[in-house]
Write a protein that binds this ligand. Sequence first.
Ligand code: PMP
Length: 442
Amino acid sequence: MTSDARSAELFERAQLVIPGGVNSPVRAFRAVGGTPRFIAAAKGAHLTDADGNDLVDLVCSWGPMILGHAHPEVIAAVTDAAARGTSYGAPTRAEVELAEAIVERTPVEQVRLVSSGTEATMTVLRLARAATGRDLVVKFAGCYHGHVDALLASAGSGVATLGDAEALASPSSPGVPATTTAQTIVLPYNDRTAVTAAFAEHGDQIACLVTEAAPGNMGVIVPGTEDGEHFNAFLARTCREHGALFVSDEVMTGFRVTRSGQHGLDGVVPDLVTFGKVMGGGFPAAAFGGRAELMQLLSPVGSVYQAGTLSGNPVASAAGSTTLRLLDDEVYRTLDASADVLRTAVAESFAAAGLPHVVQSAGSMFSVFFTPDDVTEVPDYATAQRQDTAAHAAFFHAMLDAGVYLPPSAYEAWFLSTAHDDEALSRIVETLPAAARAAAAV
Ligand code: PMP
C-alpha cells in the first residue's frame, strides 16, 4: 500500500481555494473515489507524488509526454528559451519553426498556434461557419473536443466520467444555452446510416462535421471500414458532397499514433485539423490548420477574428519543436511494441481472472473497456456506457496501490512514452493479475 497522507493534506487545502480541489475535473478521482495524488516531480516514465511514492505513469499528462517526463533535450531547450524571456507578445523564430514542423508532418498548408485544444476547436467552428455561411455543426456522441459550448453536447472525457446521461444534442453542462447546442447535431459514432440521414435532411445548412480522428475520450474507438472505405474517408466524402467542411480533431492522436497522427494511418485529408498535447511538449500549446485558402480567412488577412496574448509562446514553442524533432520513426516503433506488450498482458490477466473486457487501439493509443460478456466490440458511446465502473474503480486502486498510475476514469485512453522501458513495462505487467482479480471480485 502506498501512503497518501500528504496528498490528502494538499487536497484539503486545495478544496478551500479551488472548486473540487482541481483545475480539471477528472483529476479529482470522483469516478474512482479516494485521494487524488498530488505530484511533486516526474522523470521518464515515473511520477513521484507528495508522499514520495514512485508511480509508473500511464497518463503521461493525458497524452503530451510522449518522450517521458523531463526529457533532457526538451528541458535544455525550454531552459534556454526561458532565459531569453518568457513572452513578448510579438512574433518569434520559435513559433515559425513549430508551425513549419507541423506543416511538414501533416496534411495542413498553414497553421495558427493557440494555447489549448479547446481554443483550437472553438476557432475552427468559427472559421468553418464563416467559410460556408452556414450554422449547423455535426459531432459524435462521446467525442470530446474541449469545453467549447457548441461541442458540449453528449461529450466524452470528463463529461462522460462525471456527467449525467443526457439526451442527444441537449447541453452536457448547465450554462450552455440550449440555443447553442440546438445548432449541433449529435450522431452515434461509426453509424454511416445516421450520418447519411442527417446530411440528407440538413446538408445545405451544415457548416462542418467535427470528429476525433480516432476517438479516445470515450475509451479508444476504432473508426470502422466498410466496403473498403475508412469511416473518416466516408465522412470526408459525405461533407464534400454537401459543401460542408470535414474537421478532424487530432489533439489526442496528432504526432502520437504516427509521425503525423491518425492521418498517417488512414490517409484522409481533412479541410481543417486541430492539434494539441504532443506538439506542446508538456506546455500549453495547440494549433489548428488547413488549406491556405481557408486559413487566409483569419485576421489579419481576412475578417474571422482570433487572437491570444500567449499564442505561439516562445517557451512552449521551443518545447514543442524539440519534441517533434525527436519523434523519428524509431519512436513510433518503440511505442507500438510497448503497447503490444501491455495489451497482451491485460488480455491474459483479465482472462485468467474471468473478467469480461474489450481492449481497443488506434495505433499505440489503447484503452480497456470493462464491458459485460456479450460485448465483443465497442463501436460507439452507447456501448462504452455499458461498462462496469465499479470494477474499473477496484482495478484502478489495486494498480495504484502497487505503484501504477492509470487514468482515474473508465472512459480514457492509457498513454505510453518512449521512457517506458523494460523495467517500467515489467512493473505494470506484474501488477496486472492481482488487480484484475480485485476487479473480478467486485
Ligand atoms: N480535443 C480532443 C480530442 C481532446 O482529447 C482534448 C483534451 N483531452 C481537447 C480537444 C481539448 O484540449 P485542451 O484540454 O487542451 O483544451
